[in-house]
Design a protein. Structure first.
Length: 389
């Protein structure tokens, strides 16, 4: 088995394939959790709330347990249990459906009235907030370190790792098929940028924002990378109001924003969760804009007023690789029977890495049990609708 891409989806896929007894080589051009990838940066939220969409809620629950198990296995803190605070506005059906899903699945949470919210977290501005709920077991994954830990553990159990660039059928002769006359060809081997020949029974391309470049004819319009800016602000000295448990991770979908408290001295992370403009992961400008900072400061002035003038201590541009509606793409290539496409994290995929790896391993094994039609290539349109977030 060859897995191309050592981001969170590719790393967990290689790990899970190896655990089933397969020989696996994992390949990445820039290294696990690198800053060009969608799996880079310091942190990612892990929450189980997805409105009424239980597919992703159940996946997040399972993934959270697997991330915790890995933390114990590698003896490293990969998850911070901060809690996830959902800020609900007056007309907020998504928050209501999330609360109903929590009830239905027995996910522990606290519902807070506005006065209770103000008493517990006085640093949070309550403008337009009608109620809130605290998802007790949610928190933050240390993104880059977590991906690197998965890859190290995969190598420990026998996965071979190569740091090289490869492409796909859109850039021949990198992929070589056995029989061009067949309705669906079978790839015999791929060739790296350095000319290394890599042969495997199956090939998994988990290239994140590079997938549309590797498979331009198939995916250029089905996966659309967008430019996303995140900012880290210095918390006031000697203040416990911006570190856990004084401040949980929070989600404010109505205002299209989220934030992560100061963890490991990195500052308070704040971002606008709206799809940005189109972005090229190789050549896109990764310097944040003044307009982006102004918008985030405006949000802080309303929601965390003590930070509205706080210095920016870090900022970066990453990307979402969006499918038409936000569902993942996990499917066989329509022209190559032993090539699998895994991606479309759409800005919410990181947390699901362990379950994505399990799902891919089962599919490659040949089982049709538990196939999710929403992950199919056929279900992916060519226009963004953002139905999953």
């Amino acid at each position: 088995m060859a897995v191309v891409g050592a981001g969170v989806f590719g790393a967990w896929t290689a790990y899970q394939l190896r655990r089933t007894g397969k020989r696996v080589v994992l390949i990445d051009a820039h290294g696990p959790g690198n800053s060009l990838s969608s799996s880079g940066d310091q942190s990612r939220i892990i929450r189980t709330g997805y409105g009424g969409d239980e597919i992703y809620t159940r996946s997040a629950l399972r993934s959270l347990q697997l991330w915790r198990d890995l933390s114990v296995q590698v003896e490293e803190t990969l998850f911070h249990k901060t809690g996830v605070l959902w800020l609900a506005h007056e007309d907020d059906p998504y928050a209501i459906r999330t609360r109903e899903t929590f009830h239905n699945l027995g996910i522990p949470f606290e519902k807070l009235t506005t006065p209770e919210l103000g008493q517990r977290y006085p640093q949070i501005g309550l403008d337009r907030i009608s109620w809130a709920m605290l998802e007790l077991d949610g928190g933050v994954l240390v993104a880059r370190k977590a991906v690197q830990a998965v890859v190290r553990e995969a190598i420990r159990i026998g996965v071979e790792y190569l740091q090289e660039a490869v492409s796909g059928p859109g850039a021949p002769p990198v992929i070589h098929a056995q029989d061009a006359r067949a309705t669906r060809q079978k790839v015999d081997h791929i060739v790296s940028a350095r000319g290394r020949r890599i042969s495997a029974g199956s090939y998994v391309f988990a290239g994140g924002p590079w997938l549309p470049k590797i498979f331009p004819d198939l995916l250029a319009e089905r996966i659309q990378p967008t430019r996303q800016e995140v900012f880290y602000f210095a918390a006031p000295a000697r203040s416990e109001s911006f570190t856990p448990p004084g401040l949980p991770t929070w989600i404010d979908f109505k205002d299209e924003a989220y934030g992560i408290p100061d963890l490991e001295g990195q500052g308070v992370k704040v971002a606008i969760d709206r799809h940005g403009p189109p972005f090229d992961p190789d050549n896109g400008d990764r310097v944040v804009t003044e307009e982006g900072l102004v918008e985030v400061r405006k949000y802080l002035a309303a929601r965390l007023p003590d930070l509205k003038d706080a210095p920016v201590i870090d900022a970066r541009v990453c990307q979402y690789e969006n499918t038409s509606n936000g569902d993942f793409l996990i499917d066989r290539h329509p022209e190559f029977e032993n090539v699998w496409l895994v991606g479309g994290g759409s800005g919410h995929g990181f947390k699901h890495g362990p379950v994505v790896g399990e799902y891919v391993a089962v599919r490659i094994e040949g089982s049709n049990e538990g196939i999710e039609p929403r992950f199919s290539l056929e279900s992916k349109g060519r226009e963004a609708r953002r139905m999953v977030y």
